[in-house]
Design a protein around this ligand. Structure first.
Ligand SMILES: [Zn+2]
Length: 684
């Protein structure tokens, strides 16, 4: 494991913090915390924590001894000084005299000793840091260390590798009892460089940031070297052949089976993140997968992200999709039953009964293919995917030198249902389109781009599709991790199919389709070439039909309904002079939307349309606005706001109308007018 300490970087961290009035201790604490957080083999997504004991000046100008510990909700990779809240050290240390301390009282003691009341909750491992004497303490959940300790004889293996360089702490759930016991064990051998917490992780100790960091890297490197020496061919493969059904066909079926139907008829779906590669395949294809994949988590706090066990789907690829779907449904229902049983059995021994969490797996393993991670958003699914890959690394290492074994089921339950762990996930209300995937065509343009942004803001993952790939990418980049850019020619059925495939591979499926791409060519009907008229029908009518067919195909595979939304434009109801090439297919499109509404209500697919007019876009660009306003003797502003309300209609307004339709669970066959008021185009 590479030691990434750099004197120059450390110096510049000190300088950068000095400019903000922050001292050297905290500056270096931020620096090495980021170094550790930046390596996925050490910690993942909010896991691990660090601390420094230093002095800070309080409101009275007095220097006070404090401990700064990573705050909950901060990721070590991106931590800054406010992510390391300071607490008065002496009263925290005094807590050690107590026999017992409830979780609530522990959190309260930590909060009441904060110097800044606005700070996040300090880590649940704060007291462990406070009870040890070292100035700098680093804590990781390093993969190699976990491979060593997640064993039936993990303690012996660690002893063999580390000798007396570290002290060993048996598995105890994080909290006051662990902090007390760790301090007691440490004090028997105060010369150690670190503490190995069996089946949990590693603490490295030092008087300087450099020493604690060096020790972390050295100790993890020893574990890596040990595993490398022992490496045999780990997994004997039981599935030599690739799974013959492609990911894009498998994903919507899995996604549908994991969805939970609410009492009010809403589907609680999951966004999927597919992972594969040589390491993942060796793991999922292994003959003993039932044993090693079902034996628990790599480190306890992963349970809140991945549940204790993944779902394993044993199926032959290449068969009919219907029979595969049946296999998946049965596997999910067995998983859910087992989860209920696990909850009931473990809840029985709780002093205060717990409320059962949703029983759905977060990781789905398909031998011959790879793994699907599930989350409420694309970002959450990616976090679950990273943790699943970390488990695979850990198990691969553990099986190379012995046999993977996690904490017991009851310890796992206590961690999963520990209020302080659940607090990490946040209790905030989900955004309205959480768990959904939207595909928008013409997504690089004004209206499509606004739809993509508004839907992403509402919590949806978004596939931004456009003939102009660079324009799609610009919108997707602007949105960030929850967006995928796809180059798509909607007049080519093959291109549409591959666009839907790409969305299914990336997010697991599609729930909302905004069929928006279009193009207009002006000209009087009598003089129009047949070629142009047919070309306009290709893009403004037939393409929408092909998009709709693909949407229905995916939505039926998921079995969770969906929304099919069309941009029909004002031309669908009120013709514009010399705009027949655009209006005729749009009028047919309005009918098409009603036809789909009629035929797919029973599938739970809602089909609606937005009738918008006079929006600045590729269809109504600056030149056209200039020409038309001039022809009518109006200023450009007056032309654009020439409607009953006298207000220009923006692409954002159209996007909001589509959002409303996406959320209206009991509306289908509707047309929403967004034109500022135009009596000639009022629907009747
Ligand atoms: Zn930990």
């Amino acid at each position: 494991m590479e030691n990434r300490w750099s004197d120059a970087d450390a110096k510049s961290a000190i300088q950068r913090h000095a400019e903000q009035g922050i001292g050297e201790d905290l500056a270096l604490r931020v620096y090495t915390t980021q170094l550790i957080g930046g390596d996925k083999r050490l910690v993942l997504h909010g896991g691990g924590n660090t601390s420094v004991k230093t002095t800070l000046r309080d409101t009275f100008g007095d220097d006070r001894s404090v401990i700064c510990v990573k705050g909950s909700g901060w990721d070590m990779a991106h931590i800054e000084a406010p992510g390391l809240p300071a607490m008065h050290l002496a009263p925290l240390r005094r807590l050690r005299d107590l026999e017992a301390l409830s979780d609530e009282d522990m959190v309260n003691a930590q909060r009441t000793n904060l110097l800044d009341s606005r700070s996040p909750n300090p880590s649940v491992e704060t007291l462990l840091h406070a009870f040890l004497p070292h100035k700098f303490i680093d804590h990781s959940h390093a993969v190699a260390l976990l491979s060593l300790t997640d064993q039936p004889d993990g303690l012996d293996m660690c002893r063999e590798v580390y000798g007396d360089r570290v002290a060993f702490i048996p598995y105890i759930p994080p909290g006051f009892a662990l902090a007390k016991q760790a301090a007691e064990i440490y004090e028997k051998t105060p010369q150690v460089e670190g503490l190995v917490l069996i089946k949990h992780g590693l603490f490295s100790l030092g008087e300087t940031a450099r020493i604690a960091y060096d020790r972390m890297i050295d100790l993890v490197s020893l574990a890596e070297a040990h595993i490398a020496r022992g490496r045999k061919r780990v997994f004997v493969s039981a599935t030599p052949a690739d799974f013959a059904t492609p990911v894009e066909a498998v994903a919507p079926i899995i996604r549908g089976a994991l969805s939970i139907l609410d009492a009010d008829g809403a589907h609680k779906r999951w966004v999927l993140d597919f992972r594969t590669g040589p390491k993942v395949r060796a793991f999922v294809d292994g003959k003993d997968i039932e044993r090693y994949a079902q034996s628990g988590v790599a480190t306890p706090d992963h349970v809140i992200r991945t549940k204790g066990k993944p779902l394993l789907i044993r199926a032959a690829g290449g068969g009919s999709l219907d029979s595969f779907a049946e296999t998946v449904r049965q596997a999910v229902s067995r998983y859910v039953e087992a989860y209920h049983a696990y909850f009931t059995a473990n809840n029985a021994r709780q002093a205060t009964p717990k409320i059962e969490l949703d029983p759905m797996p977060r990781v789905v393993l398909v031998p011959g293919l790879g793994l699907f991670a599930a989350g409420k958003s694309a970002n959450e699914a990616a976090v679950v995917g990273d943790i699943a890959e970390c488990l695979i690394e850990t198990v691969t290492g553990a099986e190379a030198i012995g046999r993977f074994e996690s904490i017991s089921e009851s310890d796992l339950f206590d961690m999963e249902y520990w209020s302080l762990e659940q607090a990490k996930l946040g209790k905030g209300k989900e955004p309205p389109l959480a768990r959904q995937v939207t595909l928008v065509t013409g997504g690089g343009g004004a209206i499509g781009g606004a739809v993509a942004r508004v839907f992403a803001q509402a919590g949806s993952a978004v596939a931004v599709c456009d003939l102009d790939g660079a324009a799609a990418k610009a919108v997707a980049d602007d949105i960030g991790g929850a967006a995928l850019a796809v180059t798509c020619d909607v007049t080519d059925p093959v291109s549409i199919r591959s666009t839907f495939d790409a969305a299914c591979r990336r997010f697991g499926g599609v729930d909302i389709v905004v069929s928006n791409a279009g193009a207009a060519w002006p000209g009087a009907m009598a003089d129009m070439t047949d070629e142009l008229f047919r070309k306009s029908f290709e893009i403004n009518f037939f393409s929408h039909h092909t998009v709709a067919q693909n949407a229905v195909r995916i939505m039926r595979a998921q079995g969770t309904g969906g929304a099919l939304l069309f941009n029909v434009s004002k031309q669908a109801v009120s013709p514009g002079k010399d705009f027949g090439a655009y209006g005729c297919p749009k009028a047919a499109l309005l009918f098409l939307s009603r036809q789909y509404a009629l035929e797919h209500g029973a599938d739970g697919i809602r089909v609606n349309a937005v009738n918008a007019d006079r929006i600045r876009s590729g269809l109504l660009n600056g030149d056209m606005i200039a020409t038309r306003s001039k022809a009518r003797g109006l200023s450009e502003d007056d032309y654009m706001s020439g409607n009953l309300l006298g207000r220009e209609v923006m692409a954002e307004d159209v996007a909001q109308a589509f959002l409303h339709q996406a959320l209206a669970l009991k509306t289908t066959g509707d047309v929403t007018t967004v034109d500022g008021g135009n009596i000639a185009a009022v629907l009747r």
